[in-house]
Design a protein around this ligand. Structure first.
Ligand SMILES: NC(=O)N[C@@H](CC(=O)O)C(=O)O
Ligand SMILES: [Zn+2]
Ligand SMILES: [Zn+2]
Length: 430
């Protein structure tokens, strides 16, 4: 294994130091480090060094929609975005609701070698919301599943949600809820408000999200388990989670990069690239989720990378699929929305995008400080440059980025997975 000496990096955006990586580990940090013969030196002056990013919410689409993404292409996109671990959502075909399917996804990730893939298991059989899936068998499988979600759909049956929360306590699992009351969102196409009326698109009201979050927090408090809220998007949701945490109730929550930056106004273009679940909300909501992420009410950023092929997006708004890609732009969007606005420091970005998602998902090798003895999962990022997003430059199989044409700050220069570079000089190494 080649050793790497990374010189002059700003560790978590702070002190300047060198990092010596060998045998998959960070072996030393500091200055004037003694590097073994054959070490490759990387001049990282001006670059920010962060622990490898961890995405708790990625759609890799394999098995079943390999025309949209595969474990191979999705983890390449992850590496390019600075991620060393991704949690793969269960809404595949077949659904990841058995030990067999989660093991298959886990193996595909290991064989691809770009990022560690942690499969998420479905909560219910076929994600149909009627019968609990074999959660214990998935937990005991080689994939060691700890996060369970019917994402794409809400576990709306309160009795089933309660049983799922109870069941995962046995192996310290967590239920990640896609909070969407289905009866309040039938045929919903965009955020409900004045604009949805003007555009003639069926509204998706904030209360449909908030009602489920409130219910689940109470259910979870009752059974004493672990609840995680996926892609929280409204001001009211932030307030509910903040109040719950003040009362000492156990809940964690995520926000996506797109909900930190984009608003419902984009729907006026009728361009389905802006169609997503939950929908883009208002400026007040964006301000609230930024504040929530800054004060720790929202624990983490998760991409909800949701690739779709052209034919599912290049159509009339109401017929188009929900979802947008996000792995390759996540860190730049977070810099723009949170760091350049002074809402988060780089050390806090490391917390929200590496330490805490790794802790919630129990990804043992990930989310560790950049100190000697830690696995060498490292990203080098240049916050000083700007780039214009060009969908065709993506290494994902899909092109549905809402940041098309936008100029965003920053670029991932290098990503190391257990000491092996997956990205160097801004390009995939293979
Ligand atoms: N976010 C989306 O709009 N779509 C996701 C499903 C989901 O995250 O709910 C997808 O699988 O395409
Ligand atoms: Zn979802
Ligand atoms: Zn999702």
């Amino acid at each position: 294994m080649t050793a790497y000496l990374i010189t002059g990096a700003r560790i978590l955006g702070g002190e300047v130091a060198d990092l010596l990586i060998d045998n998959g580990e960070i072996v030393a940090t500091g200055t004037n480090l003694q590097a073994p013969d054959g070490t490759t030196t990387i001049d990282a002056a001006g670059l920010v060094a962060l622990p490898g990013l961890v995405d708790l919410h990625t759609h890799l689409r394999e098995p079943g929609r390999e025309d949209a993404e595969t474990v191979f292409t999705g983890t390449r996109a992850a590496a390019k975005g600075g991620f060393t671990a991704v949690f793969a959502m269960a809404n595949t075909d077949p659904v990841a609701d058995t030990a067999g399917v989660v093991e298959q996804v886990w193996r595909l990730g290991r064989d691809a070698g770009y990022a560690d893939v942690y499969p998420i298991g479905a909560v219910t059989v076929g994600r149909k919301g009627t019968q609990l899936a074999e959660l214990g068998a998935m937990a005991d499988s080689a994939a060691r599943v700890r996060v369970f979600s019917d994402d794409g759909d809400c576990v709306w049956d309160a009795a089933l949600m309660r049983r799922a929360l109870e069941y995962v306590k046995a192996f310290d699992g967590v239920i990640a809820q896609h909070a969407q009351e289905p009866r309040l969102t039938q045929g919903a196409q965009m955020n409900e408000g004045a604009l949805s009326g003007v555009l003639g698109l069926t509204g998706w009201p904030s209360v449909a999200e908030e009602a489920i979050i409130a219910r689940d927090i109470l259910l979870n408090a009752h059974v004493g388990s672990k609840l995680h809220v996926c892609h929280l998007s409204t001001k009211g949701s932030v307030e509910i989670v903040r109040a719950a945490k003040r009362r000492g109730l156990e809940v964690t929550a995520e926000v996506t990069p797109h909900h930190l930056l984009l608003t419902e106004d984009l729907a006026a273009s009728y361009n389905p690239v802006y169609k997503v679940n939950p929908p883009l909300r208002t400026k007040a909501d964006v301000e609230a989720v930024r504040e929530g992420l800054a004060d720790g009410t929202i624990d983490i950023v998760a991409t909800d990378h949701a690739p779709h092929p052209v034919e599912d997006k290049d159509c009339e708004w109401s017929a188009a699929a929900f979802g947008m890609t996000g792995l390759e732009t996540a860190l730049s969007v977070v810099q723009h929305a949170m760091v350049d606005t002074k809402l988060l420091t780089w050390a806090e970005v490391a917390d929200r995008m590496s330490y805490r998602p790794a802790a919630i998902g129990q990804a043992a090798d990930h989310g560790q400080p950049l100190v000697a003895g830690a696995p060498a999962n490292v990203v080098l990022y240049d916050p000083r440059v700007e780039r214009t997003v060009v969908p065709e430059e993506s290494v994902s199989l899909s092109r549905n980025t809402p940041f098309d044409g936008m100029t965003l700050p920053g670029k991932v220069v290098a990503t190391f997975l257990r000491g092996t570079p997956t990205v160097l000089d801004g390009e995939l190494t293979r």
